[in-house]
Design a protein around this ligand. Sequence first.
Ligand code: COA
Ligand code: MG
Length: 296
Amino acid sequence: MKHTESRLLRSVLYVPASQKRVLEKAPKLKADALILDLEDSVSPQAKAEARQLACETLLRVPEDALVRTVRINGLSTDWWSEDITTVFPGQPDGIVVPKVDGVESLKPLDDQLSHMEKSLVCEYRPSIWAMIESPLGVINAHAIASHPRVSCLVMGTSDLIAALGVRAGVDRSNLAMALQQSVLAAKAAGVPILDGVFLDLKDGEGFETQCREGAGLGFAGKTVIHPSQVGPANALFLPSDDEIARARNTLVLWRKAQQRGEEICLVEGVLVERLHARRAAIILKSVGEISDFSTI
Ligand code: COA
Ligand code: MG
């Protein structure tokens, strides 16, 4: 079965991997996930050191604390392969790949990852988070999301806005079709999708408006660039009352099934397995109803 990210991804913080101080702060900011960036926020001269710093950060931050990913340089650059080789020992949960225009472009990366996995004694298989940030990427989003290693799509709205030659702002009616088509593609492939960044750090209200819009469209969360955006994103991408009620019911019935020694049960006529119970527990943890679900 296709692996998809089952943990919460309400706030996903970009962290320039060349900056030691930000790398130290980032894991403590209560973001659901980090993207340690080797691409656009790192100058060509700083790439080599940033790779090392990213790997050290991964090794320092426990994998169950939050979702840890690295954004490598684009697959048409000379940098991406060494990005992977250097950060691989840190075992990131995901490799964020910028500017994915078509599924075929993922092959060299998939091959390199498969090759490196074979040399390991432990089981480790990083997933790919593919960035959709060009008109072609939007058009091909379903094929990209359906690649067996892709577990998440990430909107790259700044590049998309530049490619479309449209204005950036709080109002995104000029991106509506691209956003919705990408959401449809992700949902059809069964993977979550993250909304793009909001760059105006002075406009907290505008940021919240975009979070509400993103949550309403079906995004799992928002990529963010600053600590001040983490709290609002966590609050505004909370699960709905219906989802919470369904999660409660699921967990109660699945625990009863467990007591009977069974691994599956029916909830409102729908088959529930351990992965659904785990997802339900994640939802309840996000609203503070339970504190631990390590036994599920
Ligand atoms: N992750 C973790 N910590 C961050 C952070 C981030 N993305 N952005 C800022 N901080 C920290 C700063 O280090 C600072 O901490 P300190 O006071 O203890 O030193 C604190 O938050 C306040 O930062 P502030 O002074 O308001 O911002 P800044 O001027 O230092 O930085 C940006 C502003 C936009 C340059 C910075 O937030 C940033 O680099 N964001 C990420 C950009 C990025 O990755 N872009 C690529 C994808 S679009
Ligand atoms: Mg980009």
